[in-house]
Each structure stands twice: as C-alpha cells, then as structure tokens.
Design a protein around this ligand. Structure first.
Ligand SMILES: Cc1ncc(COP(=O)(O)O)c(C=O)c1O
Length: 350
C-alpha cells in the first residue's frame, strides 16, 4: 500500500487480474492489467505523468503554465489530474463525437475543454493541429504531443513493463494490446522483449483503423468504422515506432458486444470498449497458441466511460450492431478459424 503526497503519486502500480471464465475456457491464463485503477481512470494517466515530468525536468514546462493537448479524452483527463498535482493548468482540445462521460471528467478535474468538429487529419482544424497552434500562439502554453513525444512510450518502458514482468515473475508468453498513439504497445513490448525475446506481441486493431493494413502492406488503408475511442490510427507516429510486434489482428465491434457481456456476466468485470477489444485479441491469441500459455493484456479505462455506446442497446442498433451477444462458443469457433487473417509480422525498429 502506498501513501501519496499528491494525487499523481498514485499513478501506476496497478494490479494484474486473471480472467477466470476465459482462462478456464482456453486452458491459458489470461490476465488484464487493471489500468482503470489509475486516479484518472485510465492507462493514459501514465503517459500524462511522464510527459509532464520529462518536460518539467527539461525546463520547458513550469508551474503556472498551461498544458495543451489534442485528445480523445483519456489523455485529457490524465493531464488534468497531473496538472492539478503540479500547479499547472490544462486545456484539452477534443473532437465533439466522443462520449460525454470523458468531457465531464476533464471539467470535473479542473481542465478547460475546447470541443471541435471531428475532421480528417489533413484538415488544419483537426484537434491535433488545433492544439499545436494554440500552444504555439501563447508563451505560457506547452503542447504535450502524445503522438510524437516519446515520453509517452517511456512511461510504459520504465514502469508498466517492469510491473508486468514482476507480477508474472517473468512467466509471460504473449502481450496483447490495442494502439492509439502506440505508447502502450511501444514501451511495454520494448521492455518485455528485452527481458524475453521469445515473447509474442500482438496488436489488435478495430475497423476504421489503418494499423493492420499498414503492417500487412505498408499502406494506411481503413475499412468501415468502430465505436471504440482513443484507439486506431491512420498514420505512423514515433510512439508506435517504438513497438516490437509479431502478430496483428483486426476484430469487429460485434465481438466487443459479445465479450463485454460475457465477461460482465461470468466474472463481474465491466470492460470499456478498447479493453473489450484487448480481451478479444487475448482470446484469439490463447486459441491460436493452445493451452498452457500466459497472456497479458490491458483493461485500459473504466467501463463506465463506455456506458453511452458499448452498453447502450439503442446506440448499438443505430450502428447496425446487434445488442444481443453471440454465444461464446460460436465466437470461439470463429477465432479458431482466423487462420492467415492473423498476420505474422516483424515490426521491429532496431
Ligand atoms: C480507452 C483507451 N484505450 C487505449 C488507448 C491507447 O493507448 P495508446 O495511446 O498508449 O496506444 C487509449 C488512448 O487514448 C484510450 O483512451
């Protein structure tokens, strides 16, 4: 048990939890790292703290200044939490199609919110460019730049990866992760592969993201769309470049409905949508590897942040999704037959 002098001291050192139902079904041990335990409720608190710590150490960021960031929400919440602990202000630039749950939390943590229309990245009004411009225009602002600033992946290289290594006592066969900025998969895969080069790293990609196709063909092309938030990307960024990846799989939103309901009913764990995708990827990895393996993935944020989408039957129907889950054995049969839809890749920028 820790005693923190300020809230940001409580970021990290999250628990690892074995998912009983899926572990029993597959004969593997499938674990989630409980990142919803962070003070801001998501894995992005770790990136937020490292981004700010490193900038303060370099002297770029000083108390009284404003941190500006373009964010799908969780990084904004994390930065608002850390900013308060450090005597900084926070301005989040956020597309206005994200769940209201996250907007509310940024404001509750004292952050200022600028909501912008969602537009393609090449449009200068994209939240990323808007945040950069705002920070450039004002001397008292500092742009966190979670995509290209590799303090983000460093948070996981220095902390999350070592925690997983210690919690599993070095017995881990596969790491499965979604990617937004790639900080999580970048820092964790780098650290854990340094300990065990045989570790099998999987990236799981939702529809509408180009990572899977990029790893297959070198081109960012996407198909369809996804209700997941904070994950998937259509360009190569420096945090993703840190990653070492052996397998890539693309899984549809309908599977998130099935798995989130199954895990909720069997294990009492309420997953957010990106976490449900992680667990789907971990299940696919377990079925491909066979019984006896130990697989770690992340519960990236609080399930509550997905109430208005993943857990909302009306919203699901509006997206053409069936709110009723498929039987788990039907989903598992499909996953056993993924075959070469699971890409073998060698993404390793060393
Ligand atoms: C809910 C959620 N899951 C996963 C991620 C992806 O993490 P990373 O940016 O480290 O790739 C994010 C990023 O914002 C997120 O908000």
């Amino acid at each position: 048990m820790r005693v923190g002098a300020r809230q940001s001291d409580l970021i990290g050192q999250t628990d690892l939890l074995r998912i009983p139902s899926l572990s029993d079904l597959t004969g593997c041990d499938i674990f989630i790292k409980c990142e919803f335990q962070n003070p801001g409720g998501s894995i992005k608190d770790r990136a937020a703290k490292q981004l700010i710590d490193d900038a303060m150490e370099r002297g770029e960021l000083k108390p009284g200044m404003t941190v500006v960031e373009g964010t799908a929400g969780n990084t904004g919440i994390g930065l608002a939490v850390v900013a308060k602990s450090y005597g900084l202000r926070m301005l989040a630039v956020m597309p206005n199609d994200q769940t209201p749950e996250k907007e509310r939390m940024i404001r509750l943590h004292g952050g200022e919110l600028m909501a912008v229309d969602p537009v393609p990245f090449k449009n200068e009004n994209h939240f990323y460019h808007t945040a950069r411009r705002l920070a450039e225009e004002r001397d008292d602002c500092w742009w966190a730049n979670q995509f290209e600033n590799t303090s983000n992946a460093r948070a996981h290289y220095l902390h999350t990866g070592p925690e997983i290594w210690e919690q599993t006592e070095g017995r881990i066969d596969a790491l499965v992760s979604v990617a937004g900025t790639g900080g999580t998969i970048g820092g964790n895969s780098r650290f854990l592969k340094e300990q065990n080069p045989e570790l099998d790293v999987w990236v799981v990609d939702p529809d509408g993201s180009g990572i899977y196709e990029f790893l297959r063909s070198g081109e960012y092309v996407s198909n369809g769309g996804s209700m997941t938030e904070g994950i998937g990307i259509m360009r190569l960024v420096d945090n993703f470049r840190q990653a070492r990846i052996d397998h890539a799989v693309n899984l549809p939103d309908q599977d998130l409905v099935t798995l989130s309901r199954y895990i909720r009913d069997e294990d009492g764990i309420v997953l957010g949508s990106s976490s449900a995708l992680n667990v789907a990827g971990a299940l696919a990895a377990a079925l491909r590897k066979g019984p006896g393996h130990r697989i770690v993935t992340f519960s990236c944020d609080l399930g509550e942040r997905s109430v208005s989408k993943l857990y909302n039957p009306e919203y699901l129907r509006g997206r053409g999704l069936n709110p009723d889950p498929e039987p788990i054995d039907v989903l598992m049969t499909r996953y056993r037959e993924l075959g070469d839809k699971v890409l073998e890749v060698n993404w390793n920028n060393d």
